[in-house]
Design a protein. Structure first.
Ligand SMILES: Cc1cc2nc3c(=O)[nH]c(=O)nc-3n(C[C@H](O)[C@H](O)[C@H](O)COP(=O)(O)OP(=O)(O)OC[C@H]3O[C@@H](n4cnc5c(N)ncnc54)[C@H](O)[C@@H]3O)c2cc1C
Length: 301
């Protein structure tokens, strides 16, 4: 099968690109493995017009909207290889699908490193979070904890003070510098130095943090500062340049990555990591791709 565009990833960025490409009558295949980054969360916050929508409902509705566009095909599979071939790319998927495409859009997203804390899994996305812009607002007036090794937890705790009054920094038995300790004091933030034994709660709601020694700490929420990695190594294997943060670099004029014909959108560029931005970047990449194809076919300069 031959396509104008292969879209790798069906989160907000890939879905948004598919919508614009469908409206441009472009023949596009969207392949998605289905591990959107926010699926463990109950609600998308900060998305104008869709505030509080559940991430899985958002994806279902977007897919439904795309069904109006007959030139767009969706497949629930992982793209395992993309090989440049002249002006085109050959691609291979885990379900055996293969084909040729003129352009590639990588909207493959990131994966988060969860702190290694016993009991975190059922709480993650509900009362344990990493993004203050996404979930900070809901914790005003509630007791919360900032988790991070060394000075990272202290820095996070200080920033959190803007969102919520009752913050305790937890460094899980790691060293915190004298400077960071002084700053915590200045902002009236207690520091718990002891290693954490576990997080306890029910129905996704954190109730308390249990330490290996010392009293338990009742908390309604915990924010952490760890890190995240690219969800796919396709950009690396294609030879796309990455910046110091590990984001795939794109040309602001053409929206292309450093490999001609390859575009990126959403978290993969590690810019602002929000659904609204991923949607915008998907649309922007789709317009750039369509312009490239119009130019190729002599419809514009
Ligand atoms: C717990 C949590 C809560 C969040 N809450 C909010 C919030 O409230 N508001 C907000 O604005 N943002 C929130 N975010 C951030 C938001 O989830 C991301 O910014 C957004 O999902 C980025 O969209 P994306 O399309 O770039 O990537 P994703 O949504 O991660 O989608 C990428 C898709 O590509 C697929 N994929 C990867 N590699 C391949 C491959 N080789 N082949 C096929 N498919 C592949 C993945 O499986 C995934 O389905 C949250 C994030 C987390 C972790």
């Amino acid at each position: 099968m031959k396509f104008d565009v292969l879209i790798v990833g069906g989160g907000p960025a890939g879905l948004s690109a598919a919508l614009i490409l469908g409206r441009c009558h472009r023949k596009a295949l969207l392949c998605d493995e289905g591990h959107q980054r926010n699926l463990s969360s109950h609600a998308i916050h900060g998305l104008l017009g869709r505030e509080g929508r559940s991430p899985s409902v958002f994806v279902d509705e977007a897919r439904q909207e795309l069904s109006l566009y007959k030139s767009i095909s969706l497949r629930g599979t992982r793209v395992t290889d993309i090989i440049p071939s002249g002006d085109e790319f050959k691609f291979v998927c885990a379900d055996g699908t293969t084909g040729l495409t003129s352009k590639v859009l990588l909207a493959t997203g990131l994966v988060d490193e969860l702190p290694e804390l016993a009991g975190i899994e059922p709480l993650y996305g509900v009362s344990v979070h990493h993004c203050l812009y996404c979930d900070g607002f809901e914790y005003a007036g509630k007791p919360v904890a900032a988790f991070g090794k060394g000075d990272k937890g202290a820095e996070l705790a200080i920033m959190m003070k803007h969102w919520m009054a009752d913050v305790v920094a937890c460094c899980d038995g790691t060293e915190v510098s004298t400077k960071a300790k002084r700053k915590l004091k200045e902002h009236d933030i207690p520091l718990r130095l002891e290693p954490i034994e576990s997080l306890e709660g029910t129905n996704g709601e954190l109730a308390k943090i249990v330490f290996r020694s010392g009293p338990d700490l009742p908390r309604a929420g915990l924010f952490f500062s760890t890190g995240c990695d690219q969800a796919s190594d396709l950009s690396k294997r294609l030879g796309c340049k990455r910046d110091a943060k590990g984001g795939v670099v794109k040309d602001p004029d053409t929206e292309e990555a450093s490999v001609r014909g390859v575009y990126v959108a959403g978290d993969v560029s590690r810019d602002v990591l929000l659904v609204a931005v991923a949607i915008a970047e998907g649309a922007q990449a789709a317009v750039a791709i369509n312009k490239g194809l119009l130019r190729r076919d002599g419809y514009c300069e």
